[in-house]
Design a protein around this ligand. Structure first.
Ligand code: NAD
Length: 477
C-alpha cells in the first residue's frame, strides 16, 4: 500500500473514517497550510472507544497472537517508512533523517516489545500455597502525544501488555500518526489500535470518557496536571511524561573544546524541542570563556533549513506559538542584560526559523533559564562552587533529566547522586533505551516508561493465590 496525504483518515475499528470536518496542518518550513486532517466528532470518539473495548477480550487473551501481530506491525511500518518520514518532516520540520529515525524507531519498538517477556513472580511456593503475581492489562488505554515526536514508547508497550488503544496525536502534527494508523490496519486486528485526530478539547474529552481505564499522556507539565485532575473522578490509571528544564553541570577538569563537541547537539537537536534536551548549562569560571566560545562557534556553523533538504542539520520550530515564545524569551533576556554569543533572533526567511543561540550574562531568574524554553537556545551560567551549581540545578519544579561532565568518574558520580531528576547522566545527555526506566520526578511526570517499567505502568498487578493447606486459616483481624 502507499500513503496518500490528501486521503488520510482516522482509523477506527480497522476502517478509515473522515472527520466531521477538517483542520489545517501547517508546514513550519513555510508557515503555510499544506494539508488538512480529520476533526473527530464526539460520535466518532465514542465509536473509537467502543471499537477498542470490543477488541479487548480477544487481544488480551492470546499472548502468542499479540506477539505475531506486533512483528507484522513492525514490518508494515518499515515498508512505508520513507513516505511516513517525509510526511512527518513536512508537518514537524525536523530533518528527514531524524523523521526516518523516528519511524524506524517506532517499528523497532514494536519488534522489541513483541520479543519481551513479561515476568510472572512466584512469591511463595510451599505446602501452604502457591502465590504468583501476574501483570494484567488495564483495558482500553488512551495515548495522547505532543508535537515533537511520533507514537513514542507507551504505544507498543501498552499494546504488548494486552491493552487496546485509542491514540491521539497533537493537532499540529497529526498526519504521520494517521498514516501509521492506516498502515497498521492491515497488521493488527480491528479495534486494537484506533487513531483519531482533532483540535482540542478532543484531548480532554478522551480523558473524561467513561471507557478508558488508563491514560498515557506526553506533553507539557501544565496540561499534564489538568489530565491528572480530569482522570481522577473514575480513578483512571495515569502515566504522565511531561516537560523538563534539564541542567548540565560541567566540572572544572574537562577540555572545553571536547565538551562543546559532545554537549552541543544534546541541546540543539530537533531545534531544542526535546523534553530531555540540555536546557541550562552550568560552567565553572575557570573554563567558562573557552567553553562558551567553542559552543558559540558550533552554533554559528549549524546548517539551518528545510528538513527535506539533505544538507539541513536543524529545521524550524514546529509551531508559530513556539516560535513566538522562543523569540519573546530571548528578546526579554537580551533586554535584561544577556548577550548572544551566537544567534539571538528569528531568521530572515519565511517559516518558523530561529537562529541557533548561545547566551551569556544570563541569570537564574530570567525566564529563558527558569522556564522550559523548548527552542534552539543554550543559556550558559557560571558557578563558583559545585555545591552551588547542584543547588541551582535542582531549584526548579522540573525533574526530568540532568547531567554531569567530568574526566573523573568518582567525582562525577558524587554530583550525579544529588541531582533531583528521573535520569542522571554522566558525560552524555538525552539518551534513553528500553533497558532502563525513563520518567520524570517533581512536575516532570508520574510513572515510568520503557521496557518492563513501561509495561508495569500500563498494567495492574494481580495476585493468583492457590491454597494447598487442608484448612484455610485467616489472620485474626
Ligand atoms: P501540550 O501539553 O500542549 O499538548 C500535548 C497533547 O495534549 C496534545 O495532543 C494536545 O492536543 C493534548 N491536550 C491539550 N489539552 C489537553 C487536555 N486538557 N487534556 C488532554 N489532552 C490535552 O504539549 P505540546 O506543546 O504538544 O508538547 C510539548 C511539551 O511536551 C513540552 O513541555 C515537552 O517537554 C513535553 N514532552 C515531554 C516528553 C517526555 O517524555 N517527558 C516527551 C516529549 C514532549
Amino acid at each position: 500500500m502507499s500513503v496518500d496525504v490528501a486521503a488520510l483518515g482516522m482509523t477506527i475499528g480497522g476502517q478509515s473514517h473522515p472527520g466531521g470536518g477538517t483542520f489545517p496542518v501547517i508546514n513550519p518550513a513555510t508557515g503555510e497550510e499544506f494539508a488538512t486532517a480529520p476533526d473527530c466528532t464526539p460520535a466518532q470518539l465514542d465509536g473509537a472507544m467502543a471499537a477498542a473495548a470490543a477488541a479487548f477480550p480477544a487481544w488480551r487473551g492470546d499472548e502468542a497472537a499479540r506477539r505475531d501481530a506486533m512483528r507484522r506491525a513492525a514490518d508494515a511500518i518499515e515498508s512505508e517508512a520513507a513516505e511516513i518520514a517525509r510526511i512527518h518532516t513536512l508537518e514537524q520540520g525536523k530533518p528527514l533523517r531524524e523523521s526516518l529515525g523516528n519511524v524506524m524507531g517506532t517499528a523497532a519498538g514494536f519488534r522489541a516489545y513483541a520479543e519481551m517477556d513479561i515476568p510472572r513472580h512466584v512469591v511463595q511456593d510451599d505446602e501452604q500455597a502457591r502465590i504468583e503475581v501476574v501483570r494484567r492489562p488495564l483495558g482500553v488505554v488512551a495515548v495522547i502525544r505532543p508535537w515533537n515526536g511520533l507514537l513514542g514508547d507507551p504505544t507498543p508497550a501498552a499494546i504488548r501488555a494486552g491493552n487496546t488503544l485509542v491514540y491521539k496525536p497533537s493537532p499540529s502534527t497529526p498526519l504521520a500518526s494517521l498514516a501509521i494508523g492506516q498502515v497498521l490496519a492491515s497488521a493488527l486486528p480491528p479495534g486494537v489500535f484506533n487513531v483519531i485526530s482533532g483540535r482540542d478539547p478532543l484531548g480532554n474529552r478522551i480523558v473524561e470518557h467513561p471507557i478508558p481505564r488508563g491514560i498515557a499522556f506526553t506533553g507539557s507539565s501544565q496540561t499534564g496536571c489538568r489530565v491528572n485532575v480530569a482522570a481522577a473522578p473514575d480513578l483512571k490509571r495515569v502515566v504522565l511524561e511531561l516537560g523538563g528544564n534539564d541542567a548540565a553541570i560541567v566540572l572544572d577538569d574537562v577540555d572545553p573544546d571536547e565538551l562543546a563537541q559532545r554537549l552541543f547537539w544534546t541541546a540543539f537537536r530537533l531545534s531544542g524541542q526535546m523534553c530531555l534536551a540540555t536546557k541550562r548549562v552550568f560552567l565553572p569560571r575557570s573554563i567558562f570563556d573557552r567553553a562558551a566560545n567553542a559552543l558559540a562557534k558550533m552554533a554559528a556553523s549549524v546548517r539551518v533549513g528545510d528538513g527535506l533538504d539533505p544538507d539541513t542539520e536543524m529545521g524550524p520550530l514546529t509551531t508559530e506559538a513556539q516560535f513566538d515564545r522562543v523569540s519573546e524569551l530571548v528578546a526579554e533576556a537580551l533586554a535584561q542584560g544577556a548577550t548572544a554569543l551566537a544567534g539571538g533572533k528569528p531568521m530572515d526567511r519565511r517559516g518558523y526559523f530561529y537562529e541557533p543561540t548561545v547566551l551569556v550574562g544570563v541569570e537564574d531568574r530570567m525566564r529563558i533559564v527558569a522556564e522550559e524554553q523548548f527552542g534552539p537556545v543554550m543559556p550558559l551560567l557560571s558557578y563558583r562552587t559545585v555545591e552551588e551549581a547542584v543547588e541551582r540545578a535542582n531549584s526548579t519544579q522540573y525533574g526530568l533529566g540532568g547531567s554531569v561532565w567530568s574526566g573523573d568518574p568518582a567525582r562525577a558520580s558524587a554530583v550525579a547522586e544529588r541531582l533531583q531528576s528521573g535520569t542522571a547522566w554522566i558525560n552524555t545527555h538525552a539518551q534513553s533505551g528500553l533497558q532502563a526506566p525513563f520518567g520524570g520526578v517533581k512536575q516532570s511526570g508520574l510513572g515510568s516508561q520503557h521496557g518492563i517499567w513501561g509495561i508495569d505502568s500500563l498494567t495492574d498487578a494481580q495476585t493468583v493465590w492457590q491454597s494447598r493447606a487442608g484448612a484455610t486459616t485467616y489472620p485474626v483481624a
